[in-house]
Design a protein around this ligand. Structure first.
Ligand code: NDP
Ligand code: GDR
Length: 345
């Protein structure tokens, strides 16, 4: 029988890559998007899947339990991938209640709907390394103690434990993927890597003078999103539901990523000063091309993340392949192309 899946958050980075993967595998995909005044399918269009005959785009909001139940009744999926969330950590400090309603209770709505409509549906919850927050061990693995540092991290931790609770209480096939940061040319421009590559492209093309950033010392474990959605799919294909870390096991600072991105555009930079007065200077022209602006600092920061994906490798056969250098280069080149033709997403 043809496989059927629901992807919540299909308009986001991971939703687009996962839709492409499942459509290639012959799934019927129900992808949910929110009603907005202007449609937001640019990622699906970039991947060339927006008009795919097996793709059904369904208007849906995660916070509405009634429409969650209707969605499951109508789509009759075998698998659900819950990728929808208020996913920006910075905004979660300004909108903690909305973040909880979408990111925490939204996942519960799906679990409840599965319990009521069809408890055999397999469920993937998009958990996050942000749950480790103020890290209690290095590297972080599946049973490292959690210590979230943002309303987003706390909301995701609720959804993570609810997934485990429904697995243990109702025998629901609920998997939680604790994914470390993953990026791509489809990353939203508010996240630091894409903000950097898009700004570097604009600086290279003379469309922007200076890139402004917050904390340059934060260390992240950055992988390639297209590889991470393959890991999500694998989690739902094995015999037993479980929790898995997906990560690269390499960590670098935001400053390192800035340097890599400028290098990718053929600009060598030197960093000068420190903390709030740190800048990066183009060594060829002497111009300041990056400066710190404290408005991008967060009230509480996650300083260091590095994950060990050994369990995913052993049980799922999953391993990352793209290096940070390759990933950054891919993103810089995509943003150079887009900014040359005036693309602005
Ligand atoms: P994005 O921010 O790119 O996408 C989030 C998606 O959620 C968008 O499609 C968005 O719709 C949708 N959404 C937001 N609110 C609602 C709502 N109330 N009802 C229905 N849909 C909603 O995130 P990513 O693709 O990067 O991440 C996918 C998931 O994985 C998220 O849950 C994120 O928190 C999690 N995650 C991401 C990591 C990463 O590094 N990318 C790492 C670990 C976890 P719209 O387009 O309308 O805004
Ligand atoms: P993160 O990603 O918070 O890890 O959450 P983000 O790219 O927003 O920040 C990474 C680090 O960079 C620092 N930083 C800045 N961040 C942004 N966005 N803008 C800036 O100008 C800036 N300057 C410095 C941040 O302080 C932070 O330390 C992402 C999201 O995709 C989550 O949904 C996901 O769960 C986690 O990754 C894993």
């Amino acid at each position: 029988m043809q496989k059927r899946a629901i992807i919540t958050g299909i308009t986001g980075q991971d939703g687009a890559y996962l839709a492409q993967l499942l459509l290639e595998k012959g799934y019927v995909v129900y992808g949910t998007y929110r009603r907005t005044s202007s449609v937001n399918f640019w990622r699906l269009e970039e991947l060339g899947v927006s008009d795919h005959p097996l793709l059904h785009l369904v208007e849906y909001d995660l916070t509405d339990l009634g429409s969650t139940i209707t969605l499951l009744q109508e789509a009759q999926p075998g698998e659900i991938y819950n990728l929808a969330a208020q996913s920006f950590v910075g905004v979660s400090f300004n909108q903690p209640t909305t973040t909880a309603q979408i990111t925490a209770l939204g996942a519960l709505n799906l679990l409840e709907a599965i319990r009521l409509v069809n408890p055999r549906i397999r469920f993937y919850q998009a958990s996050t390394s942000e749950m480790f927050g103020k890290v209690q061990a290095i590297p972080q693995v599946e049973d490292t103690p959690f210590y979230p540092r943002s309303p987003y991290g706390v909301a995701k931790l609720y959804a993570h434990w609810m997934t485990i609770n429904y697995r243990e209480s109702y025998d629901i096939f609920g998997c939680s993927g604790i994914l470390f940061n993953h990026e791509s040319p489809l990353r939203g421009r508010e996240f630091v890597t894409r903000k950097i590559t898009d700004s570097v492209a604009k600086i290279k093309l003379g469309k922007l003078d200076v890139l402004e950033l917050g904390n340059l010392d934060a260390k992240r474990d950055w992988g390639f999103a297209k590889e991470y959605v393959e890991g999500m799919w694998r989690m739902l294909q094995v015999a037993e539901p479980d929790t898995y870390v997906l990560a690269t096991n390499r960590t670098e600072t935001v400053r390192d990523f800035v340097k890599l991105a400028f290098k990718g555009a053929g600009i060598a930079v030197d960093f000068k000063g420190s903390a709030e007065s740190e800048i990066a200077v183009d060594t060829a022209t002497g111009k300041t091309v990056m400066r710190v602006n404290p408005k991008f600092y967060r009230p509480a920061e996650v300083e260091l993340l590095i994950g060990d994906p050994a369990k995913a490798k052993a049980k799922l056969g999953w391993a990352p392949a793209t290096t940070l250098e390759q990933l950054c280069q891919m993103m810089v080149e995509a943003d150079l192309r887009r900014n040359t033709v005036g693309f602005s997403f």
